[in-house]
Ligand binder design. Sequence first.
Ligand SMILES: Nc1ncnc2c1ncn2[C@@H]1O[C@H](COP(=O)(O)OP(=O)(O)OP(=O)(O)O)[C@@H](O)[C@H]1O
Length: 295
Amino acid sequence: MAEPVLEVSGLRKVFGSQVAVDDVSFTVAAGGSLGVVGESGSGKTTTARIIVGLDHADAGTVRIDGRDRDHAGRKARGADAGRGPSVARSARSGRRAERLARARQVQMVFQDPFLSLDPRLPIGTALTEVLRLHHPDGDHPARVTELLDQVGLGTREATALPRGLSGGQRQRVAIAKALAVEPSVLVLDEAVAALDVSVQAQILNLLADLRAELGIAYVFITHDLGVVRCVTDEVVVMRRGAIVERGATDMVLADPSHSYTRLLLESVPGPGWDPQLITAARRALAEAEAELTPR
Ligand SMILES: Nc1ncnc2c1ncn2[C@@H]1O[C@H](COP(=O)(O)OP(=O)(O)OP(=O)(O)O)[C@@H](O)[C@H]1O
């Protein structure tokens, strides 16, 4: 078994009276792929945001490449409190270095690629900016060509603005931007949910190829067990902030032990399903879920 590249332990996050994440722990092996599934509101995105540092946990730890994700930041902030301006300046540059170091550990791809793309920047320029920030000494034009090639894009796309690309192409660019940083872990939050089914399949194939080629580890946040089946080795199922089931993806999907996972599985559309049936199945799932919930 490969060393874990990501170790999430005892994460907890509360918003007001809502426990969004409740004692969540899992590991992802180097080059591994973990699916985090659950219906809307089960705490998936909050878990992802804590892993990438967009949110802080109330309790628990995230270790990437054996390093505690929050430790350096907390230590710097605590030690610098109430000191003079030069210490504050050096603390700021320390925090910047820390942010860059974190970015090189983990990157995130969102459902809506517009969030990570500047509408005014041609794609090639956007990629060059990332390279200048994270890898200032490299051969940037060659690397931009290589990155575009890795995600199945070419010179036409390099000069295009984000609005000149299709949804699938924009998501390829978002993936290229994340890869440009060369992170150990890529967190993908509903990264194919907004795409047509055929484009979804292309992006999932691309992600599978990139993992094999680069050895990057994935955390796939999704409500869609079909996606999990395609691109993950292991899966955790979240419900109401907590993990209710975990295991090898094929085992969990073939023989789920928790009633909630069985409900999720029943809502996965198969061949020949039409959108109305899918909507009806989702409604039935919500009703069944409400029945499972203790009053
Ligand atoms: N910033 C916030 N302020 C208040 N409550 C929040 C905030 N973020 C999340 N929550 C609540 O925490 C719970 C978990 O939300 P989260 O977005 O993590 O779930 P999710 O499984 O990712 O759902 P979805 O698939 O709809 O994004 C929900 O009840 C949500 O309303």
